[in-house]
Design a protein around this ligand. Structure first.
Ligand code: M6R
Length: 596
């Protein structure tokens, strides 16, 4: 997803290098183009940009030469206009007197673009970031100050986005957020803004969190906030953020994804400690216990965690939960929820637009809202009644791994507490994860030759392992580019079985109690020549019926289901690497999806 970064310094600095480094830090969000604009002491704008990776574009255009006292970096993930030099950001106004960039989507871009052309402005691209700049230009042309022009632009630019802009003749930059994340940082002799907190932390820990409806004006030594509504200044002290970015290094692993898979035992253990001492925990449990209906809402991997959470709540706490993909929540339940209901909104990034939309509807209907979010200080943590942290630290790799297992740990913890079950078993989970990682690292390479030649396969599960199978299929699709469909094992015979030919690979995840039903599925595949790979307990029935068994087990079935995630993560990782793909940055995908 697009990212923006802006900085104002006291002295003329080598901003090209600094902004390139910020670009690398933001690149985990996913992008296809990159650009930097610097403004020097004389008020000259130097703009260099193109489609391509940060390193390649930086090298081609010599970003390292760029100096100035103000700078803007943008990473673009194409929505309006194909990835190209002209559509790359930042953009200039008609006369080259202002430069700006945005992330997110301006949904009335097409109409505004035409209006700006009709008004005689020079519109060079079809990109909506350019419309943001021309929107400010329109009001500057009408005689407004920069601040007033931006206030008016805020009101005509529809959508969810964040925007930064500077005028060559001034000594400051301006930015605002409207539905997208944006934070400001204050350092010694500089201030900055960015789409996310992690990209600022190597420069400063003094952070000002911004709200929609506010414009930030930042100069070398101060950050000022103004209300869009009436231009009145808002006072908000900065906060000192204590997280560090050390974790955002590969630490000897070949990829972030592998590192993050191996971090699962540690972050699970930390989450359990965190929840034991969480001040909101009692209130959250009370709300869940009193709720008329409970909904778990998320997208992608986080949605799969919602399904697992619903199974845990049913089995342990005897509570029915509606797990639902966030956009469908509005269609399915938007009119039926009320203040007696509780929603847990699940998102690693805390910025997923589909989830934010669902929260808005929930709040309008008076529903009680809790979020389960990893990234500190994000929009979702601010707009819900309670924040359940995920405690994973930074997850850089686009495929979610440790955040998924910690989402399951969080739901399991809540279910145990609601049920009044002793937490002894769940405390054994981190050590069990460690064992499964070690065993899977040995066993997974053995099955790669049977799976890797195929561009098409299935991942099946039942009951507790149904959501795990869906998640395994998503991981495989996401980073190996093979089509892998996740499904309830019993549904396979209702149509997809037709896909099975000689050696066709089908993955079956199971816990002990479901072995009999999984074996029926296995046999339906093997008797038609397919290749069945079971992931489950070391059990004779699996051993003798499946073509291959990846052993993964735990006496307590809910915990066993969480562990089953790990072999599937490692299978997708090793397959992606064997295919020559970078698992951390899969094509077309983004870590943070701030668009509808
Ligand atoms: O940040 P979120 O958890 O809200 O993101 C939701 C999905 O975009 C995300 O889980 C996506 O499916 C992952 N990249 C899958 O690995």
């Amino acid at each position: 997803m697009c990212g923006i970064f802006g900085i104002v310094t006291k002295q003329e600095e080598e901003l090209g290098k600094l902004l390139t480094a910020a670009g690398h830090r933001l690149s985990y969000r996913g992008y296809d183009s990159v650009g930097i604009a610097t403004i020097n002491e004389k008020g000259e704008i130097d703009l260099r940009k193109d489609a391509g990776k940060v390193s390649a574009v930086a090298e081609k255009y010599h970003f390292e030469e760029m100096t100035g006292k103000r700078g803007i970096l943008q990473l673009r993930w194409a929505t309006f206009g194909e990835p190209s030099l002209v559509n790359s950001q930042p953009h200039l106004d008609s006369e080259g007197l202002m430069v700006g960039a945005h992330n997110g989507n301006v949904v009335n871009n097409t109409q505004l673009r035409q209006e700006f052309i009709n008004e005689g402005m020079t519109v060079r691209s079809s990109n909506d970031g350019e419309s943001c700049v021309h929107a400010v230009e329109r009001f500057i042309n009408q005689g407004d100050s920069m601040l007033d022009a931006i206030r008016k632009a805020y009101n005509i630019l529809e959508g969810d986005y964040a925007f930064v802009i500077g005028k060559a003749s001034e000594d400051r930059l301006y930015a605002f957020k409207k539905g997208s994340g944006l934070v400001a940082g204050i350092g010694e002799d500089f201030t900055c803004i960015s789409s996310d907190l992690p990209s600022i932390l190597p420069l400063t820990r003094e952070i000002v969190f911004l709200n929609d409806g506010e414009i930030v004006e930042f100069s070398a030594n101060e950050v000022k906030l103004f209300r869009v509504l009436d231009g009145v200044e808002v006072t908000r002290p900065s906060e000192t953020v204590i997280e560090t970015m050390e974790v955002a290094q590969k630490g000897g692993y070949e990829h972030f994804m592998l590192k993050e898979i191996h971090e699962q035992p540690k972050v699970a253990e930390e989450l359990l400690h965190l929840y034991d001492n969480l001040s909101d925990m009692h209130q959250i449990l009370q709300k869940l216990s009193d709720a008329r209906n409970i909904y778990f809402i998320g997208c992608g991997t986080s949605y799969h965690a919602c399904i697992s959470g619903a199974v845990f709540f049913n089995r342990l706490a005897k509570k029915a939960v509606f797990p639902v993909a966030a956009p469908q929540f509005i269609a399915q339940y938007g009119q039926s929820i009320s203040k007696e209901d509780v929603g847990i909104f699940v998102s690693q990034s805390g910025e997923t637009k589909d989830v934010l939309n669902a929260v808005e509807i929930a709040k309008n209907q008076g529903m009680k809202t809790i979020c389960l979010v990893n990234v500190v200080g994000t929009t979702l943590t601010k707009i819900t009644d309670h924040w359940l942290p995920l405690g994973c630290g930074y997850e850089i790799s686009v495929p979610a791994t440790k955040t998924f297992t910690n989402q399951l740990v969080a739901f399991l913890y809540l279910a145990y507490r609601l049920a009044g079950i002793e937490l002894d078993d769940i405390r054994k989970l981190p050590a069990a994860m460690e064992t499964v990682i070690q065993q899977s690292e040995v066993m997974i390479p053995e099955i790669i030759p049977f799976v890797n030649p195929w561009q098409d396969l299935y991942s099946l599960g039942y009951g507790l392992t149904y959501p795990i199978a869906l998640e395994g299929a998503l991981k495989l699709k996401e980073i190996t580019y093979a089509h892998c469909e996740g499904m309830l094992s019993t549904e396979f015979k209702h149509g997809p079985l037709a896909a099975v030919t000689k050696n066709y690979p089908v993955l079956f995840s199971t816990v002990k109690e479901d072995i009999p039903i999984i074996i029926s599925g296995i046999n339906e595949v093997t008797c038609r020549g397919g290749f069945a790979i079971a992931i489950g307990p070391d059990d004779n029935r699996l051993n003798s019926n499946a073509n291959h068994l990846i052993v993964c087990d735990f006496p307590q079935p809910e915990i066993a289901s969480i562990l089953q995630t790990i072999p599937l993560q490692l299978l997708s990782y090793h397959m992606a690497v064997a295919r020559g793909f970078d698992p951390d940055f899969p094509r077309n995908l983004s870590k943070t999806l701030t668009v509808d």
